[in-house]
Design a protein around this ligand. Structure first.
Ligand SMILES: Cc1cc2nc3c(=O)[nH]c(=O)nc-3n(C[C@H](O)[C@H](O)[C@H](O)COP(=O)(O)OP(=O)(O)OC[C@H]3O[C@@H](n4cnc5c(N)ncnc54)[C@H](O)[C@@H]3O)c2cc1C
Length: 513
């Protein structure tokens, strides 16, 4: 078995940025299950948040992040996030990420629930692609070893410490093991749980399943963010229409042409994401339509094409000129807020195991993520992982003081009869219908029962798709059972039977095998 100082799993922003920093401290291997640029990172449009303007401050960024988090953000990690943001942006500039500029200064845009324009972007609405291409180019040119088409399938733990990772070569089916001192999971989210989602095909919850099976703690899984505006055209994928479109003046209209967001929130079209998503669902119900519309026809066409070239081009390729026509949109699953619980150094409860990016739960997002904080979270905490592992200190890092927590266990559920077989389409439909934007006890209970039976009936996985299905089912169980337990509404978690938040639930739900 080959041994490395660092094995990094995943090649989005979290994995690549960690690998670039880790190479200064030892040998590094990156494993990734597709090609290097198969990830969610490259789809990020809006940008990356940081308090770099004269009118802004880390304190204001902290306030906005905590407000969005709806009582569950961890103030210590949020403070780290906002204070370290400008330096990490400088690092990206140093790696030559070409952020857009205006009159010689980095251009900043506004997004929902930010109090000032604070979002840096690149290529107009192609921020993630520019970051991914830049970092992967650096990784290649610096000779970091990357193995593509390697699916991590099991974390190897010896004497309660990480010893390495087992992986499947997806094309040949051979299994290999790689030893390491530090294993960093940067495997991204789990949007593929839902029928309508904005995510890449790789987002199958693998990291959560790997870590849970190895004994790591998994937190806040009930909070899954639904983006209010994904394209809804028949036969077209639910392509994201960035929040920045509303930041630049786009307005939502229902199927009858009425602007409605002012009826729901004082910030109107720039209300927090969960509120916009639920308001859209309500308007769709009221008008008997499966979509609403985003209107940018009043903006100067040049602004639309220059600021959102990617969105403009995608829609035009599907027969829709958005400078003249309304954009049909509906909400879609977007971002996994919970994940592998880490402290402020990206460390999990298993020695040698770290997590970064969307798969990690650092506590910064609380119950709801502030737009454009996730790319930032990945680079801030990846840097801290390398600071932590690169020092000689053997001292155990302090746990993060945070909210109270409850530790339920994932038990058995009664067997169901006449159940449809587990499959990706059935699983996505189940989550969309029962564990989606609007939840209740009955639906969650049905979903939890079904998932438990599916999990029991699975044969041991042998290839990429069977591993991914098994990971999705486990991740879905952790999400659904947590949503069932949390008898309140908070942030991205909304239940019609408990429509308000209660102080008693200002606590985290943490799973551990
Ligand atoms: C359409 C869209 C728009 C977005 N816009 C923004 C935005 O404007 N601003 C913002 O801050 N955030 C945005 N986000 C969220 C943000 O892009 C992601 O949270 C972030 O890019 C995640 O980075 P990551 O490195 O954690 O994961 P990813 O970029 O998803 O990378 C995960 C990597 O892990 C690999 N992997 C997964 N499982 C395994 C396994 N078992 N074995 C081996 N490899 C594995 C994958 O192949 C992939 O390379 C957006 C997300 C989407 C989908």
């Amino acid at each position: 078995m080959n041994r490395y100082d660092y094995v990094v799993v995943g090649s989005g922003i979290g994995g690549l940025y960690t690998a670039l920093l880790a190479r200064e401290h030892g040998s590094v291997l990156v494993l990734t299950k597709g090609s290097i640029d198969d990830c969610n990172t490259k789809y990020a449009q809006g940008g990356i948040a940081a308090a770099i303007s004269k009118n802004d401050s880390p304190e204001l960024h902290l306030k906005d992040t905590i407000n969005a988090g709806d009582g569950l953000s961890n103030e210590e990690t949020v403070r780290i996030l906002v204070n370290e943001a400008p330096a990490r942006i400088a690092d990206l500039v140093g790696y030559r990420v070409p952020f857009d500029t205006l009159e010689g200064e980095i251009a900043l845009t506004m997004e929902a629930a930010h109090s000032v324009p604070r979002v840096l972007h690149a290529g107009g609405d192609a921020t993630g692609e520019y970051i991914e291409v830049t970092l992967s180019r650096q990784v290649r040119s610096l000779g970091v070893q990357v193995l593509e088409n390697f699916l991590a399938t099991e974390i190897l733990v010896e004497k309660k410490k990480v010893a390495g990772i087992r992986a499947l070569e997806c094309r040949t089916g051979t299994v290999e093991e790689f030893g390491c001192r530090y294993l960093i999971l940067a495997t991204g989210g789990a949007g593929q749980l839902f029928k309508y989602n904005t995510n890449s095909d790789i987002a199958t919850g693998d990291g959560v399943a790997l870590a849970f099976n190895a004994g790591a703690e998994i937190a806040d899984m009930e909070f899954f963010q639904f983006h209010p505006t994904a394209l809804r055209m028949s036969g077209v994928i639910p392509f994201l229409i960035s929040e920045a479109v509303r930041g630049e003046g786009g307005v939502l209209r229902n199927a009858e042409g009425k602007c409605f967001m002012a009826d729901y929130h004082k910030k109107g079209d720039l209300a927090p994401r969960d509120i916009v998503a639920r308001s859209i669902v309500n308007e769709m119900k009221k008008t008997g339509s499966d979509r609403v519309f985003l209107d940018v026809t009043r903006l100067p066409p040049n602004t639309v094409t220059a600021r959102f070239p990617h969105i403009y081009r995608f829609c035009l390729d599907h027969g829709l000129d958005i400078t003249r026509n309304l954009i049909p949109v509906a909400p879609a699953a977007h971002y996994m807020i919970g994940g592998i619980k880490t402290n402020s150094w990206g460390e999990t409860n298993i020695a040698g195991l770290f997590a970064t990016g969307e798969v990690a739960c650092t506590g910064v997002h609380g119950a709801n993520r502030l737009a454009s904080n996730s790319l930032l979270e990945a680079i801030v905490f990846s840097k801290r992982i390398i600071e932590r592992t690169g020092t000689k200190s053997k001292e155990k890092a302090a746990p993060i003081p945070g909210n109270k927590a409850i530790y339920p266990s994932l038990g058995q559920r009664p067997a169901l009869r006449a159940l449809s077989p587990a499959g990706l389409a059935a699983l996505q439909q189940l989550h969309w219908d029962k564990v989606g934007i609007i939840r209740d006890k009955e639906g969650l209970n049905q979903a939890a029962d079904t998932l438990a039976v599916w999990q029991q009936s699975l044969l041991p996985p042998t290839d990429q798709s069977s591993y991914e299905l098994s990971n999705l089912i486990l991740t879905g169980r952790l999400l659904t059972e947590a949503a069932f337990i949390r008898e309140e509404s908070r942030g991205a978690h909304f239940r019609t039977d408990f429509p308000r938040s209660t102080p008693k639930w200002q606590r985290n739900i943490i799973w551990k095998k």
